[in-house]
Design a protein around this ligand. Structure first.
Ligand SMILES: [Zn+2]
Length: 219
């Protein structure tokens, strides 16, 4: 730890993102046990339906306290919570043994520039980047950009979501990075899969050799 990190640790000591207790791992044992109880980590295969990705890993069911935490994370400025979320993902056995080792690199679902300017951060990118760091995988930013600023998917039904998100993403300045790579794409919540699938469509056009989706929760 360098001097500046020491100073920052004194002013802003690392805390568990869920209960605020001081914890250098950003996840205390008590909260880890709680999440272990509500975990439903699983990998679903989508080879039989027309999607552009191969599989989908998710950690939690989007309900009750999980829902509260994610909403809190998405809409309030709680910068350290991403470290706690990343920790529970990389601590998960199925993620480790059956998912992430199949991929070369990690990217995240982008948000529109306008939204970034009002919110100040992309919640999915923070988690994805931290997961990449912990798993020692490359993280690529700006492979995709969100070129269409659409109405929030959460306000629409399934058909509405598919139409709304259609062609909302395009190539970013680093789009060539993923050619012939096995790409793990992170999004926070998987509801209908319309967002993930739209991103995967472009990754496929960019010649990613394999695409897996991983999300914190599944609705
Ligand atoms: Zn805790």
């Amino acid at each position: 730890m360098n001097f500046m990190e020491n100073v920052l640790n004194i002013i802003f000591p690392p805390v568990c993102g869920f209960c605020n207790e001081i914890n250098k791992n950003f996840l205390c044992d008590k909260c880890k046990r709680k999440f272990d109880e509500i975990k439903i980590s699983n990998i679903e295969d989508y080879n039989d339906i027309p999607v552009y990705f191969n599989e989908h890993y998710y950690l939690l069911k989007y309900e009750n306290e999980v829902r509260d935490f994610i909403i809190k994370y998405k809409f309030q400025e709680i910068s350290y919570l991403y470290k706690s979320f990343a920790k529970i993902i990389v601590n998960d056995e199925i993620f480790n043994n059956q998912f992430i080792n199949k991929y070369d690199c990690i990217i995240s679902v982008p948000i529109h520039n306008k939204r970034f300017k009002t919110r100040g951060y992309n919640q999915s990118k923070l988690i994805a980047k931290e997961v990449a760091k912990l798993c020692k995988k490359d993280f690529y930013d700006n492979v995709l950009i969100k070129s269409k600023n659409i109405v929030a998917q959460s306000t629409l039904d399934k058909l509405g979501r598919i139409g709304n998100i259609k062609n909302a993403f395009s190539n970013g300045k680093n789009s060539s990075f993923i050619k012939n790579k096995k790409v793990a794409l992170f999004d926070d919540i998987f509801t209908t899969g319309a967002t993930s699938n739209e991103c995967a469509k472009i990754l496929k056009q960019l010649q990613a050799s394999n695409i897996g989706i991983f999300t914190l929760a599944k609705d």
